[in-house]
Design a protein around this ligand. Structure first.
Ligand SMILES: Nc1ncnc2c1ncn2[C@@H]1O[C@H](COP(=O)(O)OP(=O)(O)OP(=O)(O)O)[C@@H](O)[C@H]1O
Length: 567
């Protein structure tokens, strides 16, 4: 079993060592001097580092723009003669320049470590805080000096200070990824600063420091405390959200890249093993089925059955596990290509030679499964892929062993799931599994494969029915219309094979996948669909509709990483 790494944005605190926090360039790429060590942790820490850098850049830019805007206002309202002697204006200019310098540093190609970034964070917020404190101290002194009254001073000061510091506190909570403790310390300092300035200003001007008797002071204090609490809580919540996001797109050792599709049982993602850098497909059990024992059992049997098989035309399973949060998943080889269902839906029916080429491979895969005592029971065009493997196109791959069962000779009940539903797709269901006259065996798979062949040759199922129950009924009672009734280019020998596969009684069908494969190999058109023909067919697809190549993940920029919606 594999579990989530559990790394969180909260790990951004100083517990994350600089060695793990591999330096990134401004573009978020790894710097060449990336250290060795645990690569998975390194990548996680690197992601956290990137996050802090991106957020800090945004916060610094925002503050820089804010300081410029207020500087323009200050200049507009300061009499021309006083500009040079105005010390506050000078400190405003210096702060703006300092903020600009931080912006330049953060937007440059500098590759900081986590510790360095944390220092910049202190510098940026410290600079803004120092300016506010200095400005307020100056204002407070002036106020006390001129107005002479503590009340006037506090009324003016409290409003001004509250607005500036509350803004800074929110900015910090919103932008800086943190543990709640670190956020509490930082925002606590931002609450303490204006209080300290008030006390200091009152003390230096010789006023009695009895601030608690002044409502204005308490008013300001309350605003600051509320802002600090909201900021710490918000920062914590944002961290939580990001944590779920990170967990959602990192399953065990796999980074999920994009969603390939979803079926009744789960969702399939194009993924990459974080250490091997190998593209693979990761199937996650659907969130709404996670607590369903039957679904988990099906998921497990799917992966265990497929893992037993080593045939080149059977999907290869790499890994199986579940996350701490209970999401079951398995990793399998990624198949660039199309399922036979998609192939026909998009490009219409297939030529006989190609059908023979694909079916022979599936029959060969079934030989191994049947020899291992396994019956697939869900053979359908959606579960067979025409994939590109090792540079060869139209390599058939049999997948989705979710309904596989051991071929035990049980008789008398149809193949039902626990909730009484019939297994498999009604369009490809062998008659004996519908009636329950006979347990599904290898010949049931041969019937379904015959139905697949029918679909490939005609682009329509054996029985076109509006309701699943009618299709099931037809498999038992209705005669199959030969495919050549619809298309006269279907070779007689191939049609005879398809019709024999679709015989109502298992005894009338091919008795094994080997027999079927041999019959296919003996067809006139066998071998007419060559590797070159397959290559040129795939090459003719317009780039936008061609499936991803075998190295698909290499092309995916980080920005296209999919947010996994875990329902
Ligand atoms: N190994 C793989 N490589 C590439 N794409 C895959 C792979 N496995 C599945 N897919 C894609 O993911 C989609 C969903 O697969 P999944 O097996 O969950 O669904 P399904 O077979 O359509 O449904 P069900 O499980 O209900 O039979 C498929 O349609 C297929 O396009």
């Amino acid at each position: 079993m594999v579990s989530d790494t559990g790394a969180t944005p909260g790990d951004l605190d100083d517990r994350v060592s600089n060695r793990l926090a591999a330096p990134l360039s401004a573009s978020g790429q790894f710097c060449p001097m990336l250290g060795a060590g645990n690569a998975a942790s390194t990548q996680l820490s690197a992601e956290n580092l990137t996050l802090l850098k991106v957020r800090l850049k945004a916060a610094t830019l925002l503050m820089f723009i804010g300081f410029i805007a207020f500087l323009v206002l200050d200049l507009a309202y300061t009499p021309v003669g006083e500009i040079e002697s105005d010390t506050m204006l000078t400190s405003h200019v210096l702060t703006t320049v300092g903020m600009g310098a931080f912006c330049l540093l953060l937007w440059s190609r500098w590759c900081p470590t986590l510790c360095q970034l944390r220092k910049v964070e202190v510098g940026v917020f410290g600079l803004a805080g120092a300016y506010f404190a200095w400005e307020q101290f100056d204002e407070a002194c002036l106020c006390i000096q001129h107005a002479g009254a503590m009340k006037v001073f506090l009324t003016l000061f409290a409003a001004d200070a509250a607005v500036e510091w509350v803004t800074l506190i929110y900015l910090y909570g919103l932008f800086i990824p943190n543990t709640w403790k670190r956020a509490a310390v930082a925002t606590g300092l931002m609450v303490a600063a204006p209080v300290a300035v008030t006390v200091a200003a009152a003390a230096t001007r010789g006023h009695p420091v009895d601030l608690l008797s002044h409502g204005e002071f308490l008013w300001m204090l309350l605003w600051l405390i509320m802002a600090a609490v909201a900021s710490v809580y918000g920062s914590h919540k944002i961290g939580d959200l990001r944590r779920s996001f990170v967990n959602a797109r990192q399953i065990g050792s796999y980074a999920l890249r994009k969603k390939l599709g979803e079926g009744g049982m789960g969702e399939v993602y194009l993924a990459e093993h974080r250490l091997l850098k190998r593209p693979c497909a990761v199937k996650l059990i659907r969130r709404d089925r996670e607590q369903d024992p039957e679904a988990i059992a099906r998921f497990e049997s799917e992966v265990q059955a497929a893992a037993q098989l080593t045939h080149q035309n059977t999907i290869e399973i790499y890994d199986y596990g579940h996350t701490d949060s209970g999401t079951f998943y398995y990793a399998m080889e990624y198949l660039p290509g199309l399922s036979l269902q998609e192939l026909v839906e998009r490009y219409g029916r297939l030529p006989a030679a190609r059908v023979i080429h694909l079916l022979k491979q599936v029959a060969s895969a079934l030989e191994e499964a049947h020899a291992s005592g396994l019956v697939h029971r869900d053979i359908k065009p959606g579960n067979i892929f025409a994939a590109q493997r090792g540079g060869v196109h139209d390599v058939a791959k049999l997948l989705d062993f979710g309904l596989v069962k051991t071929a035990l000779p049980t008789k008398g009940s149809p193949d039902l799931t626990l909730d009484g539903a019939l297994v498999g797709s009604p369009l490809y269901a062998p008659p004996e599994t519908v009636t329950g006259d006979q347990a599904a065996d290898s010949r049931s798979d041969i019937y379904s494969l015959g139905a697949v062949a029918y679909y490939l040759l005609t682009a329509q199922p054996v029985f076109v029915e509006s309701k699943p129950i009618k299709a099931l009924f037809a498999h038992v009672h209705q005669d199959v219309v030969p495919p050549s009734t619809f298309y006269d280019d279907i070779p007689t020998d191939l049609e005879a094979i398809v019709m024999r596969c679709l015989a109502k009684t298992p005894q009338d069908r091919f008795q094994s996948a080997v027999e079927l494969e041999e019959a296919l190999a003996a067809c006139d058109d066998a071998g007419a669909w060559t590797t070159a023909a397959a290559r040129s067919w795939w090459a003719k697809l317009p780039p936008e509709s061609a499936p991803d190549s075998e190295s698909a993940t290499e092309d995916l920029p980080e920005a296209t990483i999919l947010e996994v919606q875990m329902h």
